[in-house]
Ligand binder design. Sequence first.
Ligand SMILES: C[S@@+](CC[C@H](N)C(=O)[O-])C[C@H]1O[C@@H](n2cnc3c(N)ncnc32)[C@H](O)[C@@H]1O
Length: 233
Amino acid sequence: MSEDLIVAMFNKMTAAGYDEYNSHFQPIVRNFLFLIRLVLQDLPTHARILCVGAGTGTEILELATVNPGWTFCAVEPSDSMLTGCRAKLTAAGVIDRCELIQGKLADVSATERFDAVLCLLVLHFIRSQDERVQMLEGMYARLLPNGYLINAEISHDMSAADFPLMMANWKAMHSLAGADEANLVNVENSFRKVLGVLSPSKTEEMLRNCGFADCLHFFQSLFIHAWVSRRHN
Ligand SMILES: C[S@@+](CC[C@H](N)C(=O)[O-])C[C@H]1O[C@@H](n2cnc3c(N)ncnc32)[C@H](O)[C@@H]1O
């Protein structure tokens, strides 16, 4: 699927639809957000955070609420998701600390530096490895020395013996959330032909090759994995 089709898919889904579907996964989301807070806890009181593919702003809302001195830059290509993000951050009274940009990483100033960059559940949409590297390098370039990258993505070694069993559980999870059969039969096909699903070891290798250090694989729920790593210089 081309990048534009991905954005069109998120526009079609609508922010309200995205949040409603994700509400079925609250136990996973709460755990994940709690751990993100934990790994970022040594950031300064006035940290500045970049969120790439911010969606409806879930991660910003969480971090802004518990860190009243932090400011945020959200970049998101889907008009519909960004509109939902703006509404949510406005309702929560944190919009004054947020800059919202409709676009992609390249639309974020190349000279601004952040204490942390979050790229949650975006990279598996990028099938081209060259584009992934470009994105990782772009995020590295926008970090302050010692700044953190948190990246989360769908990841698995699809040739591994446990892949079918993991896929069965993944489908069961979506079924519990109300996904219909027609969507479920296509999931495996979309992992192989639509998304760019890499193994955790490949993702870690790419992080290292792009300059990131101290890479810690701190979260996994079925196919969703997350890492925190740092820019050192
Ligand atoms: C699954 S959502 C994740 C949203 C949010 N980060 C979260 O965890 O709830 C993926 C988001 O990435 C956005 N996206 C897709 N391609 C992108 C790209 N190349 N750069 C930045 N964002 C992108 C989509 O529009 C969508 O809002």
